[in-house]
Write a protein that binds this ligand. Structure first.
Ligand SMILES: Cc1ncc(COP(=O)(O)O)c(C=O)c1O
Length: 371
């Protein structure tokens, strides 16, 4: 059985060896399994370039990435806390929705989905000194835009705020200075750039943040501090852990290291991106996000014509063995092609060949641009 390559933002294509690592049954209290958890937490800190000795903790949380975001927000916010959420896409909106669902005070600063956040407006908002927390999405997977997390972090710190970054689709596949970005807490998940399979997310956060918010959790299952205390205490999850996913993730971390770490992985994703964008432009497609704001994670392409039938395009590509992704931006009709996962420029070339064939079958009226 051959799986189709997934040009999606996750779950994504994983290596054969990552999948094979799951074909074991380990008990959740098994000493070998507890060792896997401990090593995995240390590896995540290393990947971020921080350590427990410097006051950092990696906390694993069952569920998809959103569960980890909700865990952080509902656990670290004191009753009188107030968030400033920087939004230029659906995942920023989701952060705000989670905050509001917990009855926590928040305001948003929005910019267009293909524009960077307005740093002047953020500075002005923080100047009022009413906010305690600032949140932003790193790579807004809605469009593929990369947000300036270091610049926003500097503003958050200037005004004494706790700084949270949703780096779900970027961590492990984008080089950045973790400590230099003034982060207090970052969240990502197993099935993104580390190239594991779905089942848990993780928060990398300052220990003092966990200590200071001991009593603030608004839920039992998503209590980040209790989860951390459990992992530190007996090395175990409080509730049933995703054992197989954790084994796959341990293998995925080894493979990330063997590839040459984040720098090498980011370069491969960039090569996938560059091949894809050059090929799509040559066919006559246009990106939604300006070139200088694009990351290497995922690209949104505008529908080539008003009557473009995305479902037919998707299904024809699917029949040829390729999986792409629908659009998510609200102000333009787009579809998306992901560059992450166990995919290489040759896979992207094969996708482009299939897109050329589908474009001909559908008689798409495209205006190729010169390289
Ligand atoms: C930036 C970002 N935040 C949050 C999420 C939500 O993650 P999940 O679907 O694993 O809950 C995603 C998923 O792609 C994402 O890209």
């Amino acid at each position: 059985m051959v799986d189709k390559p997934l040009f999606t933002p996750g779950p994504l294509t994983t290596s054969r060896t990552v999948k094979a690592a799951m074909s074991r049954d380990l008990g959740s209290r098994d000493t070998e399994f507890i060792r896997v958890i401990r090593d995995l937490r240390n590896s995540l800190l290393q990947l971020a370039g921080v350590s427990q000795a410097d006051g950092w903790e990696a906390v694993l949380m069952q569920g998809s990435g959103t569960f980890s975001i909700e865990s952080v927000i509902s656990s670290i916010t004191p009753p009188d806390g107030k968030w400033l959420v920087i939004i230029n896409g659906a995942y920023g909106e989701r952060i705000l929705k989670i905050i509001e669902r917990h009855g926590i005070a928040a305001e948003a600063i929005r910019s267009a989905e293909n524009e960077l956040p307005d740093l002047v407006a953020i500075e002005a908002a923080l100047g009022g000194e009413e906010f305690t927390h600032v949140a932003v999405v790193h790579c807004e997977t809605t469009s593929g835009i990369m947000n300036p997390i270091a610049e926003i972090g500097a503003l958050a710190k200037e005004h004494g705020c706790v700084y949270f970054v949703d780096s779900m689709s970027a961590f492990g596949g984008v080089q950045f200075d973790f400590a230099g970005s003034q982060l207090d807490c970052l969240v990502s998940s197993a099935n993104k750039c580390v190239q594991g399979v779905p089942g848990f997310g993780f928060a990398i956060c300052r220990r003092e943040l966990l200590d200071a918010t001991e009593d603030h959790a608004r839920t039992i299952s998503l209590d980040l501090t209790a989860q951390w205390r459990g992992l530190e205490g007996n090395g175990q999850f409080r509730f049933t852990p995703p054992t197989h996913t954790l084994l796959a993730f341990a293998q995925a971390l080894r493979e990330l290291d063997e590839e040459g770490g984040i720098a090498a992985r980011a370069a491969r994703y960039r090569a996938n991106h560059d091949v894809c964008v050059a090929g799509m432009r040559a066919m006559g497609f246009t990106e939604f996000v300006p070139e200088n704001l694009q990351g290497q994670i995922i690209t949104s392409f505008l529908y080539p014509t008003d009557d473009f039938d995305f479902d037919e395009f998707y299904n024809r590509l699917n029949e040829k063995g390729f999986v792409i992704y629908p659009g998510k931006v609200t102000k333009a009709n787009c579809f998306r092609i992901g560059h992450i996962g166990h995919l290489f420029p040759a896979d992207t070339d094969a996708l482009l060949t299939a897109i050329r064939a589908v474009a001909a079958e559908m008689n798409l009226s495209l205006s190729p641009k010169p390289a």
